[in-house]
Design a protein around this ligand. Sequence first.
Ligand SMILES: *Cc1c(COP(=O)(O)O)cnc(C)c1O
Length: 422
Amino acid sequence: MSSETLVQQATTNPESNPFDANSFDAAVMSTYGRFPLALERGAGCQVWDTEGREYLDFVAGIATCTLGHAHPAMVEMVTRQIQKLHHVSNLYYIPEQGELAKWLVAHSCADRVFFCNSGAEANEGAIKLARKYAHTVLDIDNPIILTAQSSFHGRTLATITATGQPKYQKNFDPLVPGFYYVPYNDIAAVEAAISELDEGNYRVAAILVEPLQGEGGVRPGDVEYFQKLRQICDDTGILLIFDEVQVGMGRSGKLWGYEHLGVEPDVFTSAKGLGGGIPIGALMSKKFCDVFQPGEHASTFGGNPFACAVALTVCQTLEREGILANVVERGAQLRTGLQAIAAKYPDYIAEVRGWGLINGMELQADIQLTALDVVKAAMDEGLLLVPAGPKVVRFVPPLIVSEKDVENALQMVNKAMAAVTN
Ligand SMILES: *Cc1c(COP(=O)(O)O)cnc(C)c1O
């Protein structure tokens, strides 16, 4: 079957079952605050709900569907690989895993890669790597990992602890020991924390930080701050770890967020955009690749043939179709448009900021209006958006988004702002 036919099938065959939210809620744990919307199919940057209503998708599975929905290259590879071999254990060599690792090594500062299934799992791996490195190389008994306030690193116990936001930790104590929080983009706070901890019985072993804070409100890192972090780590042997789960894989207009900051990490993680929506995560390192010995870290599903073949297709499509150039252009178009909207509503919108196709529109702090209000109003207009914290509306469309899509999205944001300020 040709890939065109498969896309056709994926996008034109509505299910006839009407969606019933009550029976859904009766069977699924209520871990998410859900919008009253059930999505059924998608094509490119468009998705359709179970009633057949069309939406422009500027959420992309939260910065995940790099190539949008039902991309022919993904449909073809998913189909081909599932027929060939989808899962085998890491007890054996997996050629697709090797090919994806080679692509990542060739397109980043990494020397080697470990594959897992999600951002949190990749960060867990980074935390374990840092601790083992601290014990075995730096000879630290009580290693501390510095992380930033308003960061986000995942939902496992170690990664909610790493996350510098109390709302994700509440009622899940006891948390994992060995983390300490500093304000983001504040180098004096890092220096103070390192010497303060040193006077106690602790030592900083690693600094884990996002090049741009995503969930924490779309806050780009300062070049000067990151260069000083690099300097401190070079001088002391502290590992510099970047969480590239949201900003990496081309979303920022460069393949990796760190390329905006003029520094390279020792260790970094990727997930969201890497598989274009197929679950996969990666832990990558430059130099510190031999910390784990055979048997010390593993993942049953990590790096299986299916996930790796599809992720490699995403990577190769990004490269072949010159998608990063589109990210830069569409990002500039989006920010210019949002800035014009902000200029129209100065009492409501404080700032528009971001890199490439990860952008935030921050609302004024001293008004009632929340990001959720704007997201709901945009949904009424047919545009899907997602908050990044209570006051920031986030724009993370598929990286293949067109000029016309951005134009349409801006029109809908305009209408949504008119509705919420009325
Ligand atoms: C989403 C996210 C994570 C967690 O990824 P999961 O795949 O949900 O575990 C970690 N770090 C950052 C920066 C993220 O945006």
